[in-house]
Design a protein around this ligand. Structure first.
Ligand code: AMP
Length: 291
């Protein structure tokens, strides 16, 4: 019997243009210069899941062409973090990219992106060093540097980032604004599994038991949402209720802020953000809710 799934997979991989060699930067620039119309760009670190796919699909719907990058960026990992063991799944990723509407896949090796003794972007001294930046100092310097490089290479009309990484999205928006970049930064909704767990490449590290424990993270946000619907708005009360739900986990932070990440005493609908980070076993997970 013909294995249609395999046949389809081969056709799909062949049809997707992928640049991945050491010369990939030159190849990408050449391919980009042949593109006409609007270009949507989705930067990722691979191990693609449905959350990434929804960004690529949105980019496909809103633009004439779509570029996706897969680059596990070493400069955003701190020493001792999971850079080495971060999941890498190039073959599966290629298929998923193609099926979601990607036209050009950019998979640069590290040496195509980074050289010795070169400029870097510094994250803002306050908003880049609180929350995630406090737990992972220097992380956002690495994120902003690689995003600026990738935006320079792909010159997209629109670039898509998930609300799941709220602080990252806010800092990238600010960089695009304050460095006067021509790209529009689009915020994409967080995709969750049916039971509420936000999709993340790091969920792969979780055992079944840990996955069940990890549900407390989204449940704490749903508890906050329930209280807000009941008319509660005081940050202290909402945070306390969330901490009760999260209690069995090692909590890194629960924060209630405005959309510029400044702490607030009370939620204002349409203007607030609730952020959580916690560790389940050795796995650090983040989630948030845009209230
Ligand atoms: P990453 O590969 O983790 O760097 O993620 C690439 C992009 O996908 C980032 O803009 C993330 O915010 C976004 N993303 C990650 N998880 C989700 C999710 N569950 N729903 C929507 N977007 C996501």
């Amino acid at each position: 019997m013909v294995q249609w799934r395999r046949v389809f997979a081969i056709i799909a991989v062949k049809a997707l243009k992928a640049v991945r060699s050491v010369e990939s930067v030159a190849e990408l620039l050449a391919a980009r210069s042949e593109m006409s119309g609007s270009v949507g760009f989705v930067p990722t670190m691979g191990a693609l899941h449905a959350g990434h796919m929804s960004l690529i699909r949105q980019a496909h719907e809103e633009n004439d062409q779509v570029i996706v990058s897969i680059f596990v960026n070493p400069t955003q990992f701190l020493p001792g973090e999971d850079f080495e063991r971060y999941p890498r799944k190039e073959q599966a990723d290629r298929l998923l990219c193609k099926s979601a509407g990607c036209d050009l896949l950019f998979l640069p090796p590290i040496e195509a992106i980074y050289g010795a003794d070169e400029p870097v972007v510094k994250a803002p001294a306050v908003s880049g060093y609180i929350l995630e930046g406090h737990e992972r100092p220097g992380h956002f310097d690495g994120v902003l540097t690689v995003v600026l490089k990738l935006l320079g290479l792909t010159r997209p009309t629109r670039a898509y980032f998930g609300k799941k990484d709220a602080q990252q999205l806010i800092l990238i928006r600010q960089m695009a604004d304050r460095f006067f970049l021509p790209t529009e930064i689009i915020a994409a909704e967080t995709l969750r599994q049916k039971d509420g767990l936000a999709l993340s490449s790091r969920n792969e590290y979780l055992s079944d038991t840990q996955r069940t424990e990890a549900l407390k993270i989204s449940q704490s946000l749903f508890e906050a949402s329930r209280l807000i619907k009941q008319g509660r708005s005081e940050s202290a009360a909402i945070e306390a209720a969330m901490r009760q739900v999260l209690a069995p986990l090692a909590i890194d932070y629960v924060a209630i802020t405005d959309r510029a990440l400044r702490p607030i005493d009370a939620i204002v609908k349409g203007e607030s953000l609730i952020l959580v980070a916690a560790r389940v076993g050795g796995v650090r997970l983040i989630d948030n809710m845009w209230v």
